[in-house]
Design a protein around this ligand. Sequence first.
Ligand SMILES: Nc1nc2c(c(=O)[nH]1)N[C@H]1C(S)=C(S)[C@@H](COP(=O)(O)OP(=O)(O)OC[C@H]3O[C@@H](n4cnc5c(=O)[nH]c(N)nc54)[C@H](O)[C@@H]3O)O[C@H]1N2
Ligand SMILES: Nc1nc2c(c(=O)[nH]1)N[C@H]1C(S)=C(S)[C@@H](COP(=O)(O)OP(=O)(O)OC[C@H]3O[C@@H](n4cnc5c(=O)[nH]c(N)nc54)[C@H](O)[C@@H]3O)O[C@H]1N2
Ligand SMILES: [Mo]
Length: 859
Amino acid sequence: MLNKDVKTVYKGTGLCSFGVGANLAEIDVKDGKVVRTRPARYDKAYDLEQFRPWTIKARGGEFKASTKSEIPPFAIGYKKRITSPNRILYPLKREDWDPNGERNPQNRGKSKFVRISWDEATDIIASEIRRIEKEYGLESVLLQCDGHGETKVVHAAHGCNTRLFNQLGGFTMQARQPDSWEGWYWGAKHVWGQDPVGQADMGNLLLDIAENTDMLVFWGCDMETTPWGWGGQLPSRYCNWLSDIGVKQIYICPDVNYGCAAHNDKWIPVFPNTDAALHLAIMYTWLVEDTWNKEYIETHAVGFEYLKKYILGEDEDKTPKTPKWAEPICGVPARTIKALARQWAKTKASIAHCNGGSLIRSTYSHEPARLEVCLMAMQGLGERGRNIVKFIEWNFYGMDSQMPAPRSEIVPTLDPAYRGFNFVQPASFIPKTLIPKAILGDYTDENPLKWQGFTLAGWPRWDQFIEYQYPIPGAKELHMIWTDTPCWTTCWNGGNSMIEALRSEKIQTVVAQHPWLENDCLYADLILPINTKYEENDIGVDNVGGNFCTLYMEDKAIEPLGESKSDWEAVGEVARKLGVYDAYVEGKTEEEWIRFGFENSNVQHLMSFEEFKEKGYIITPTAENWEEGTRGFENFYNDPEEYALNTPTGKLEIYSEELANNFPDDDERGPYPKFIPFGDRHQESRLHPRSEKYPYLIVSNHPRWRVHANMDDVTWFREIETCKVVGPDGYQYEPVWINPKDAEKLGVKSGDVVKVFNDRGWTLGGVYVTERIMPEVVLQDHGARLDPIEPGISDRGGVNNLICPTETTSKNAPGECTSGFLVGIEKVDVFALARQYPEVFSRKYDQGIGVSIENYVKL
Ligand SMILES: Nc1nc2c(c(=O)[nH]1)N[C@H]1C(S)=C(S)[C@@H](COP(=O)(O)OP(=O)(O)OC[C@H]3O[C@@H](n4cnc5c(=O)[nH]c(N)nc54)[C@H](O)[C@@H]3O)O[C@H]1N2
Ligand SMILES: Nc1nc2c(c(=O)[nH]1)N[C@H]1C(S)=C(S)[C@@H](COP(=O)(O)OP(=O)(O)OC[C@H]3O[C@@H](n4cnc5c(=O)[nH]c(N)nc54)[C@H](O)[C@@H]3O)O[C@H]1N2
Ligand SMILES: [Mo]
């Protein structure tokens, strides 16, 4: 029996979304503290039978919807985040930054912060905005407003600053490129259209795979880790069931990731970002053994002859892409490639992704993404049993075609415009990948920085052919940054260059708003303290978890800590000082906004707002005839004329006239896909001489024990040996996986500390020797908390994004390249480093957590 002093509230605990929160959880609160987090029991307020819980039946087995939400460990560990010693509890100002005198930009990241009042902080911000507006114009303010994070809706975690600046009349937006799926966006879209998402149609594929697929190929996919960040545990349960009913699971990846460890029938290790060579060699085998679907290619695709000539070595390249050719490039033995190709042609295979793995976020990532589509086309993409499934982000776009799980009759939604994130294209913007370059270069509206496309995921293909510029005509350079997403350094492409940009003289003011003092916050001038979602009332939706869709009330669990406010309220305080508060909140209170969310949720007709509040959540029924719903690309497969793709020809464009016409000189993304190991802008390949200096390819996956930059301070996780490695000095280092063969060469053992370096700087890591990583490759997850040694050069926290390529995907594709790049590895003596950098190595680490607030704030 629960104590009656315990109050239970609902919270969406997914961390990966722009207000779309899966993982509904029940939170027990006692004496103003979160004491327990539990899965939500959908049958608590309702008789579930009325919602038609689904059952997938295939090959003699049954797989059922869960009656509880399937929350990941993050949901449970989250309470440690609320009270993390890193929480920012009151507004802060850098002590030697004086808006009326010396600003000392060179001391960003060095000088300490002091406490100020909300009144003073918002006065300064408002007057800085007015000053910049007068001296340079509002386009000189950069708003960074696009992170993932807490699934807040009314109190939107991101983008409230754009709301404010829309009232003021202008700003420059940091436009977030489609990080999760760069390759699909810049590559696959040109083959199969698929606006707006760019990824495959995957409607009803859980059923189709169970019924018809013999071999499911997890190509750059970790079914036990990545679903945690967003959709929960259903994919894990599903993969166990696939094993029970005899669906073979093949994992192609450089590491035995957690999904591979739990479910694989075979692991095929591949060198990072060499998948294109593997694709080509499989296709070569099919061509010479005549085991491909010629009729499909004739009726469903255009331009295959170009690719065919390239594969067979009949073009100017003159190199047949044989398995023997691929072997030394991708590390997969020729016989394995042949065996895989033969098995694939003989049985029915589908490919599984979460988003595609970091190969679709590496250099020239449009090539493997396009080649994957071509590969599937050669066996008849869309035939039952032959599709590409993606296991997370179900229904993010509210489209049945994006929902592999049994479909809901009605999908609850929360209008994106209503959340903070800016889905509108402003006059002035800069792709996120180009921010450091924009700031550090000397650009004027007459000599601007140029690129292709607005870049935001969800924009149509034709936008990639539009050239944009910074500064826009009549505008000046950037002079102020306001970020609600202060983790560029640990999440984007070349964090060291961002640190240099943040410390640039040109940038007169840096404002950050955040719950925790970490990462880019260290380089701010002013910081506003933000609360967690447990400290506010809100509304949420789960339309991605796959069991039942729900819309729920999120009551406040505890009072805001210290002087913290929500992002919406914090920006509101600045709006007040600027005299635009009413316009900013559109005349509505928190309660009215929650009601607005309910009234526009698509499910408002199911009950009154009062009943909704009382019950706590609404469930929507599974669609009555969900089994009959279209599966993947089957309509296109059956009738390519009637169900034409939204490419110019309506067919799969293996050769793209559009690319050929728009970018005739682009040899990094030509009209048809190729294997491009290196080129003018990237030399991140074992085939390039640069690899003599930096011999290891690094895999920088989405973290097992974090969601990007979130959760690196959960002490419970940090005790786990794959989360942190305790060094000889007691510091918890971010693990670096090293194969025993390389460990021997490098003279390192588990628990040692190594430097991970290249020409862009270095970071540290704790050695974890394991056969789970292939030789000549190292693994270190992304998103660790920055613990700078020399700002812009080196770091102790394990932030390998600091040394990612700074250049974008390719010449006309401004995406990020954040994995599969070259590094050197070298054992270090941490005690010698401590003597060299005494200030850094004597920092305090509360509860073992990376960086304690005391190091940065004069208390
Ligand atoms: N090396 C490497 N880099 C990668 C990738 C990779 O595979 N490898 N993947 C890329 C991909 S796919 C993605 S999506 C990005 C993720 O990059 P981001 O989306 O930028 O990362 P997050 O850590 O999810 O969230 C951004 C910030 O929001 C903060 N935050 C959370 N809740 C709140 C809140 O309520 N208010 C405010 N103001 N802030 C909040 C977090 O603490 C964090 O600082 O990383 C990309 N970078
Ligand atoms: N726990 C957790 N879950 C998350 C997130 C998180 O940060 N943490 N982030 C969420 C977000 S925003 C996104 S976009 C998705 C990302 O989902 P994914 O894109 O699927 O995730 P990744 O971790 O980048 O890659 C998955 C696997 O690909 C393999 N891989 C890496 N490089 C290569 C390569 O070059 N070739 C091949 N063949 N395989 C490779 C690795 O085994 C890796 O485990 O995850 C979401 N879920
Ligand atoms: Mo992502």
